[in-house]
Design a protein around this ligand. Structure first.
Ligand code: NAD
Ligand code: UGA
Length: 462
């Protein structure tokens, strides 16, 4: 039996530890956080995050071998293995502001571990960190006068929100990196032993510390790069009457390219892609590789352009003004199946529409509370409506910004009837039946496909 502690009960710490506890009933798993409300929520029926399948896993293990607490000091003292999954946002001040990772939470945690430990421990980097962070952590942890030695292991998390439980239960791979010393290799074994309870050995990859830390940033950079690449091509499709879905399908059939992550959209969001690429850019600059930095920064630049372009398509096609027009925004979450709105393109589009003096009403099945909080500074200009039919009532346009399947299943005849004419629909996720919508009377603007409108020759194909 091992005493496993996780510091940070967020989107990663909570779900990953719940899955470990479920699959390792012989280990005791405690998750701690400084946020008391969050811990109280983990202990209740209203979990702090929405994630399909999470409640079932938590219910199975909670109070058996999974515990949530705010008493970090006590649980540090008791732990053999400590996962740290505190947040590592982009720095907003000082050196590296806007690019580098803010490591203050991580460093505080490391110091707290030293202060409260009376036995040696394995400390696991679960948060996403700049390559070579472990070097600094080792120094902080091992500069103690108690004679204690701490091994630092990197075990980055690859789960995606909305599929976190599935991704954890059946991961493509688990990555574990440590020092190539006897002690480092023993520490790797301790972490491999945990995952081996449910992950096949061949999917557990062990590497040196730096490869593991860097691979996490690179995985996110490659994923985001694919989205920016297909979005760049979507722009060209709109000019040439090529259809981005057909192009994505055609290139994705090449097994060297692969079919996944080629859905053109209003842009990628989420708390990590932008932050991790900017972190990579900062590292490249730090190591005096300006061309490499510029190459990766373009992925973020393209993503910002995609959001700006979406709004400018809306304004231009709605006769160059949206001022005073009610616009129903379908979706606030950064992707479907999550309530998370961090870096959501939907909210960026809402802000831009409000700057154009539009009257914005947002609907979303799970993210309205977060959206309300994020747009708190615009409380006068934006409203929130749980029912999409009511949101669209007397609207001039719908902007579909999150790929919730519910939105594709709505009765668009009914919606069209209740809207101001001419009615517009801008499908920022290409999930709707565009020809059908056109036939129902909408002016339809997909991503990366010719618009279907009554005002252009393309409309005649509807
Ligand atoms: P989060 O903000 O949801 O959770 C972080 C938690 O850490 C918060 O609840 C915060 O209160 C807590 N915390 C901060 N300092 C603390 C301290 N000193 N003691 C105890 N708790 C403390 O963040 P997240 O989305 O879970 O991300 C955590 C890390 O995992 C980040 O580095 C992120 O890049 C990485 N990551 C996130 C995802 C994802 O899908 N969200 C996926 C893979 C990796
Ligand atoms: C992403 C990665 O997929 C995870 O492997 C990683 O662990 C995580 O970041 C992280 O480090 O935080 P996540 O951001 O939760 O996961 O969700 P994704 O499914 O990757 O989607 C990210 C964004 O890209 C969403 O806004 C989504 O709508 C968008 N997207 C995704 C597209 O626009 N097109 C696509 O083809 C795929």
């Amino acid at each position: 039996m091992a005493n496993i502690l996780c510091i940070g009960a967020g989107h990663v710490g909570g779900p990953t530890m719940a899955v470990i506890a479920k699959n390792c009933p012989h280990h005791r798993v405690v998750v701690v956080d400084i946020n008391e409300a969050r811990i109280a929520a983990w202990q209740s029926d209203q979990l702090p995050i929405y994630e399909p399948g999470l409640a079932e896993v938590v219910l199975e293990a909670r109070d058996r071998n999974l515990f949530f607490s705010t008493d970090t000091d006590r649980h540090i003292a008791e732990a053999d293995i400590i996962f740290v999954s505190v947040n590592t946002p982009t720095k907003t001040f000082g050196q590296g502001a806007g690019r580098a990772a803010d490591l203050q939470y991580w460093e505080k945690t490391a110091r707290q571990i030293v202060e409260n430990s009376t036995s040696p421990k394995v400390v696991v980097e679960k948060s996403t960190l700049p390559v070579r962070t472990a070097e600094a952590m080792e120094r902080i942890l091992n500069s103690n006068d108690k004679g204690l030695y701490f091994d630092v292991v990197s075990n980055p998390e690859f789960l995606a929100e909305g599929t976190a439980i599935r991704d954890m239960e059946n991961p493509d791979r688990v990555l574990i990196g440590a020092r190539e010393t006897d002690s480092g290799q023993k520490a790797i074994e301790a972490i491999v032993d945990i995952y081996a309870n449910w992950v096949p050995q061949e999917r557990i990859i062990t590497t040196n510390l730096w490869s593991s830390e860097l691979s996490k940033l690179v995985a996110n950079a490659f994923l985001a790069q694919r989205i920016s690449s297909i979005n760049a091509i979507a722009n060209l499709c709109e000019k040439t009457e090529a259809d981005v879905s057909e192009v994505a399908h055609a290139i994705g059939q090449d097994s060297r390219i692969g079919a996944k992550f080629l859905r053109a959209s209003v842009g990628f969001g989420g708390s990590c892609f932008k932050k991790d690429i900017l972190n990579l850019v900062y590292l490249c600059e730090h190591y005096n590789l300006p061309e490499v930095a510029a190459y990766w920064e373009q992925v973020v630049t393209m993503n910002e352009y995609q959001q700006t372009r979406f709004v400018s398509t809306m304004v231009t096609s709605m006769f160059n003004t949206v001022a005073g027009k009610r616009i129903a925004v379908f979706g606030a979450a950064f992707k479907a199946n999550t309530g998370d709105t961090r870096e959501s393109p939907a909210l960026a589009v809402c802000r831009a529409l409000i700057a154009e003096h539009a009257e914005v009403v947002i609907t979303d099945p799970h993210a309205l509370d977060n959206a309300r909080r994020d747009l708190g500074d615009l409380a006068e200009q934006v409203s929130f409506e749980a029912d999409p039919y009511r949101a669209a009532h007397e609207a001039h346009a719908i902007a579909l910004l999150t790929e919730w399947p519910q939105f594709a299943a709505l009765d668009y005849d009914k919606i069209h009837d209740s809207m101001i004419k001419p009615a517009f629909i801008f499908d920022g996720r290409n999930i709707l039946d565009h020809r059908r919508l056109y036939a129902q009377g909408f002016n339809v603007y997909p991503i990366g496909k010719a618009p279907l409108t009554a005002f252009s020759p393309n409309g005649s194909v509807g």
